[in-house]
Design a binder for this molecule. Structure first.
Ligand code: SAH
Length: 254
């Protein structure tokens, strides 16, 4: 019997955001691998084994899942959001490239999910309506100097920036440092969106500006969107504001 490895995106939290394809992949799996809080989102099924691991153990988890698949098992590895965005899909590819030759013959399927920046953007309007980029502020896997260089380049080139992993338990100063950096490139009125735990019961979405932004608003469950010079806040009586980036860029500097 030949196994399959399915790398499944669970979306941001609410089961409504789980795609039918992801749901079917979870149902078909004989073994589930993932970070414990993500596995907790998957309802238990009789006969399905589970292997929870810490979120810093992505490489070891990927290798374990590949070994299990090579034994003829239907394995699903779960990620929050989309597995291809700062998550398990790249860890699996790294292991296949570096691992034993027979791992290259395994059936591997990547099932997309709704990533955090799209879920947050949808709550507030269309902040990603024009050119944007996504950046992880975690310096576990890259030097902080590279993050600074990318923040400078992205803000300087007029991209809206979706910031994943704004704060990590080990490095609480990162986000404040990044905001100070962005203030060198962008006006104080630049809109910022803090989307916390979107799609979960403790969801919170706040709109502020670069000038007012406070690092205390961000934690490990927060996705931050930093507008460009073109991004706008539309106030509405009795309703939350809309944040959007117009589809057309007219200024070369914007
Ligand atoms: N693969 C995930 C991202 C993993 S990195 C995805 O596609 O969404 C983890 C970071 O994602 C968190 O630090 C936070 O910045 C963001 N994130 C994940 N789920 C979120 C949610 N429900 N609401 C807001 N941000 C979220």
């Amino acid at each position: 019997m030949s196994g399959t490895l399915t790398v499944v995106g669970l979306g941001p939290g609410d089961p409504r955001y789980l795609t039918p394809e992801a749901d079917a992949a979870l149902t078909d799996a004989q073994a589930l691998y993932g970070y414990a809080p993500y596995l907790d989102r998957v309802p238990p099924r009789a006969g399905q084994s589970r292997y929870a691991s810490d979120n810093r153990e992505e490489a070891a988890r990927a290798a374990a899942a590949l070994r299990h698949t090579a034994q003829g098992t239907h394995v699903a590895v779960v990620s929050g959001g989309d597995p291809g965005v700062f998550a398990m899909a790249a860890a699996i590819c790294e292991q296949i490239e570096a691992g034993p030759e027979n791992w290259r013959t395994l059936d591997v399927v990547f099932v997309p999910g709704i990533t955090a920046m799209l879920a947050v953007a949808a709550r507030i309007g269309a902040p990603l309506g024009h050119d944007f980029c996504a950046l992880s502020l975690s310096d576990n896997l890259k030097p902080w100097e590279l993050i600074e260089r990318r923040l400078d380049a992205a803000a300087g080139a007029g991209f809206v920036i979706a910031i994943y992993n704004p704060v990590s338990r080990a490095r609480p100063w990162q986000f404040g440092n990044a905001v100070a950096r962005l203030r060198q490139h962008l006006p104080p009125s630049t809109p910022m969106v803090f989307g916390r735990a979107v799609g979960r019961p403790d969801e919170r979405v706040d709109v502020t500006t670069l000038e007012e932004a406070d690092g205390k608003n961000a934690d490990m469950a927060t996705l931050v969107i930093v507008g460009s010079r073109a991004t706008r806040i539309v106030t509405r009586p009795g309703k939350p504001p809309l944040v959007y980036t117009p589809r057309a860029a007219v200024e070369v500097s914007a």
